[in-house]
Write a protein that binds this ligand. Structure first.
Ligand code: URA
Length: 210
């Protein structure tokens, strides 16, 4: 079982994160680093998956060997920045089922509004991993978890690259049953809801938009 918050302090993760934070890092470099770091984070967020054994035959003898048990896990990308993390995680777990959630912030109420949702069937029987690089205010993350629970998911984990203390607290309050895995928890949010020191707008940096 994962703790409510896991900060992945592995030196490779921290080194790559520093390169990603650097504003001089190009779009191509940022994307490559995100793919690499997401493989390492995927390793952590899939810790403790249920296992069973199957009989195989090595060149020497038969053995009961460990394999993943249960239904294929579900990876849910929170659009659009989630797609950057999704690619790397999928490389590590290629048989995973994939879903997408689109949320925008209503300019008047500032609350997240869903504009897209397509998720795999039978979420209740799958480990469901939501991916979004930035856990900032936590509003969209909480809304995305709400939605997954409405769709039946019972075993949910949240994977991000960077988190703000405000977002972690909001998730802990709304969804204490959802463990968060991240590479760092930064200082705070600024007045525009950006994580400080952060890395800027993750979507813009990975897609080269502004
Ligand atoms: N989303 C981003 O892309 N960056 C932040 O710092 C906060 C939210």
């Amino acid at each position: 079982m994962l703790e409510h918050l896991t900060v992945v302090t592995h030196p490779l993760v921290q080194h790559k994160l520093t390169l990603m934070r650097d504003k001089e890092t190009s779009t191509a470099g940022f994307r490559r680093l995100l793919r690499e770091i997401s493989l390492l984070l995927a390793y952590e967020v899939t810790r403790g998956l249920e296992m069973t054994t199957t009989e195989i035959e090595t060149p020497l003898q038969k053995m009961q060997a460990p394999v993943l048990d249960g239904k294929k896990l579900a990876l849910i990308s929170i659009l659009r920045a989630g797609n950057g993390l999704l690619d790397g995680v999928l490389e590590l777990v290629p048989a995973a089922r994939v879903g997408f959630v689109g949320l925008y912030r209503d300019p008047e109420t500032l609350q997240p509004v869903q504009y897209y949702c397509k998720v795999p069937a039978e979420l209740e029987d799958r480990l469901t991993i939501l991916v979004d690089p930035m856990l900032a205010t936590g509003n969209s993350s909480v809304a995305a978890v709400d939605l997954m629970k409405e769709k039946g998911a019972k075993n949910i984990r949240f994977l991000c690259l960077l988190a703000a203390p405000e977002g972690v607290a909001r998730m802990r309050e709304a969804h204490p049953d959802v463990p968060i895995v991240t590479a760092a928890v930064d200082e705070c949010l600024n007045d525009h809801g950006y994580i400080v020191p952060g890395l800027g707008d993750a979507g813009d940096r990975m897609f080269g938009t502004k």
